[in-house]
Design a protein around this ligand. Structure first.
Ligand SMILES: *[C@@H]1O[C@H](CO)[C@@H](O)[C@H](O)[C@H]1NC(C)=O
Ligand SMILES: *[C@@H]1O[C@H](CO)[C@@H](O)[C@H](O)[C@H]1NC(C)=O
Ligand SMILES: *[C@@H]1O[C@H](CO)[C@@H](O)[C@H](O)[C@H]1NC(C)=O
Length: 264
């Protein structure tokens, strides 16, 4: 059976393909080990830039080895309860951060530090956030999804909303689940859309009462001190007078005794 003329070329073509595959694989492995977090999957996103996916991995915390050229970071559907200060510091290109569907109960001050210039979208939806700490958002101007959290609307939340720089429309996602005072009528409603409610009015009243009580306390103290002072002085004066009165008597008695002694 005659062999085809290009028989000799075949293995070299196969080797070429193999080599090509090997190079690609090596590159990918290198890319994964050197540029990606150990627990996540990295890819070049179609819009450009590095996309890091850590979704649904039961992570309890934000991985500490995220590549510093990450543009999109997906940490959704994990079990993250808190995000420490400076968790994303150094990710200077990060424009989208998805922390939705976790167990976040609070955000530390400085959580998003370093992202003010790059971040465009922050997803915090479907967590357990009740309070907003403006210090966590430090100058962040991005769009945010704040829906599906058990927001507790009270004076401190109202104050925080005024201090946030987040895109204003995003704040409409803060739907009050509970409130203080309860009778404010904001429960079940987006806080921003409830016009004319001042959750700080009650708090102000409490502060006023506390001030009044304190002032009364001070006043009572001053009065009782004055009373004590006056009484004490009265006693002193009385004793002093008695002493003075007793002086001539004593002198008289001693004169008497001296005359008596001369007589004797
Ligand atoms: C990946 O890592 C290498 C070396 O650490 C670096 O040169 C490169 O800029 C990184 N980023 C990308 C997108 O490859
Ligand atoms: C990432 O870190 C490397 C090494 O520290 C640095 O050379 C590079 O400029 C950084 N890239 C970004 C986008 O910050
Ligand atoms: C906000 O998050 C919720 C729950 O994760 C989602 O259903 C909704 O589509 C999101 N909205 C926007 C504007 O991204």
């Amino acid at each position: 059976m005659p062999l085809p003329g290009n028989w000799l070329l075949r293995p070299s073509a196969a080797a070429h393909l193999l080599l090509h595959g090997l190079v690609l694989t090596t590159f990918c492995v290198y890319r994964v080990t050197a540029n990606c977090s150990r627990s996540c999957y990295c890819s070049e996103s179609p819009e450009g830039g590095l996309e890091v996916r850590c979704s649904g991995l039961s992570l309890a915390q934000v991985p500490g080895d995220l590549p510093n050229d990450t543009r999109r970071l997906y940490l959704d559907y994990n079990r993250i309860t808190t995000v420490p200060t400076d968790a994303f510091l150094g990710l200077t290109l990060l424009s989208e951060l998805d922390l939705s569907h976790n167990d976040l109960t609070q955000l530390e001050p400085g959580t998003f530090r370093g992202l003010a210039n790059s971040l465009e979208f922050l997803d915090l939806s479907a967590n357990r956030l009740m309070a907003l700490d403006p210090l966590a958002f430090e100058g962040l101007r991005s769009r945010a999804n704040l829906t599906h959290n058990p927001w507790h609307c009270d004076c401190s939340l109202q104050t925080a909303m005024l201090l946030l720089d987040l895109e204003p429309a995003s704040l409409a996602g803060v739907v009050c689940q509970t409130s203080e005072p309860k009778e404010a009528g904001v429960e079940g409603l987006p806080f921003l859309l409830v016009a004319g409610v001042d959750l700080c009015a009650a708090a102000k009243k409490t502060t006023d009462v506390a001030m009044l009580v304190t002032m009364f306390g001070w006043f009572a103290m001053v009065i009782s001190y004055l009373v004590y002072y006056v009484r004490h002085n009265q006693e002193d004066t009385r004793r002093h007078l008695e002493y003075l009165k007793s002086l001539p008597n004593r002198q008289g008695r001693s004169e008497q005794s001296s005359t008596l002694s001369t007589v004797v």
